[in-house]
Structure formats: structure tokens, C-alpha cells
Ligand binder design. Structure first.
Ligand code: 5GP
Length: 202
């Protein structure tokens, strides 16, 4: 078995982080790709756990030096996925999980189509998303409006994903997410079919 990829996208506030925390408790051999960002650290966020926080100059240097597998500008900040750590994790046979936006999904899917599964997580409606962002209290009014506007354009990409989870009930969504995590490891292309056939015939 080889490593596999699960790409998760969805508007900020749809519940991705809370769901992923539960996945890490339940599943082994998972590597969560920690992105690098120029966004300011939110209260409670930790360097190297939530993100690697750097400034715009450092980020540009990283882009120039080919450090990112993909990068994108989201809500006015830059976000990038580290190339080296992802390749290492894949070589070890891990399921690499990305929490990235729709631009990142397109790019990773193009580069690793055979081993990738993609999932979009949404709230049941826009009203719920707004309420969650306001309750979270980590963004100001202006930032919330920007995130809602961005959410609308992200939602128009849902058809490009393999799976859609509408997170109206946390426990049900988690159960379905764990099923998708298992499925992502069972893709046909992750097996060496020729070797399997030779052994099967023997
Ligand atoms: P937040 O600022 O709420 O942590 O993240 C904002 C958005 O950036 C989310 O949709 C998240 O999935 C996306 N994002 C985080 N890291 C990356 C990355 O490395 N690449 C891309 N393309 N998007 C990312």
C-alpha cells in the first residue's frame, strides 16, 4: 500500500477543524499537512500546530525557492502547502489530509489525481455559516463579510469534488467523514495490481 491524499475544502466556519480533531483521535497513520500563512495568528492558535506563520517577504522567498507544492491567496492572505513534508509523509504510507481552499484542491488533484480523494464540507445554509462565524468571534465584521463572500464563490465549485458533507449534525457528519477517510485509503490505484494478480494466480 502507498500513501494517499484526502483534500478537504469548505468555507471557514463550516466545522472542518472540529471534525478533523475527531478524525485524528480515531484514525492512525494520518499526516495533517500544516500550511504556511501570512495571516495573523488568531487567539488560541499555535505556531507549527495550526499554521507556520510568516511574513509576506518570507512567503515570496518560499515561492521563489519552490518550497510550496501549491499556494494561493485566500481572503487577502497567502497560504501554501509545504512540498518536502508532504512527500515524506506519502512515502511513509500515510493518508495526507489537506485543509485547503478550492484553488489548492484543483492544483493537488491535478498533481496527484490517482491517489487523491476530495471532499467539500458545507453548512446547510448561508445563515448558519454567518451565525457560526459571528459566534466564533475570531474575525471582525469586515473579515466576516469577506469570508461570506468568499464562501459563496467556493460553493460554486462543489461539483468538482468527489464527496459533499452538509454539516448540520456533528455526529452524523463525523461518522460519514470517517467512512470517507477509510475509502480514501482503499482506492484501486493505491494497490500494485500487477503484483496482486501474480500472487492471486499463484
Ligand atoms: P483560515 O484563515 O480560516 O485558517 O483559512 C482560510 C482558508 O484558507 C480556508 O479555506 C483554508 O482551507 C485555506 N487554506 C489553508 N491553508 C491552505 C493552503 O496551504 N493552500 C490553500 N490553497 N488554501 C489553504
Amino acid at each position: 500500500m502507498k500513501g494517499a491524499i484526502l483534500i478537504i475544502s469548505g468555507p471557514s466556519g463550516c466545522g472542518k477543524s472540529s471534525l478533523l480533531k475527531e478524525v485524528f483521535k480515531n484514525e492512525k497513520n494520518i499526516y495533517f499537512s500544516i500550511s504556511t500563512t501570512t495571516r495573523k495568528k488568531r487567539a488560541g492558535e499555535k505556531e507549527g500546530i495550526d499554521y507556520f506563520f510568516i511574513d509576506k517577504n518570507e512567503f515570496n522567498e518560499g515561492v521563489d525557492n519552490g518550497l510550496f507544492l501549491e499556494w494561493a491567496k485566500v481572503h487577502g492572505n497567502y497560504y501554501g502547502t509545504s512540498l518536502v513534508s508532504v512527500i515524506k509523509a506519502l512515502k511513509k504510507g500515510n493518508l495526507v489530509i489537506f485543509d485547503i481552499d478550492v484553488q489548492g484542491q484543483k492544483s493537488i488533484k491535478e498533481k496527484f489525481s490517482a491517489i487523491s480523494t476530495s471532499l467539500f464540507i458545507s453548512t446547510q445554509d448561508q445563515k448558519t455559516l454567518r451565525a457560526r462565524l459571528e459566534k466564533r468571534g475570531t474575525d471582525g465584521k469586515k473579515a466576516i463579510e469577506k469570508r461570506l463572500k468568499n464562501a459563496l464563490s467556493e460553493m460554486t465549485n462543489i461539483k468538482k469534488f468527489d464527496y459533499l458533507l452538509i454539516n448540520d449534525d456533528f455526529e452524523t457528519t463525523l461518522e460519514n467523514l470517517l467512512t470517507i477517510v477509510k475509502g480514501a485509503r482503499l482506492k484501486n490505484k493505491l494497490y500494485n495490481i500487477d503484483d496482486f494478480l501474480v500472487e492471486w494466480i499463484d
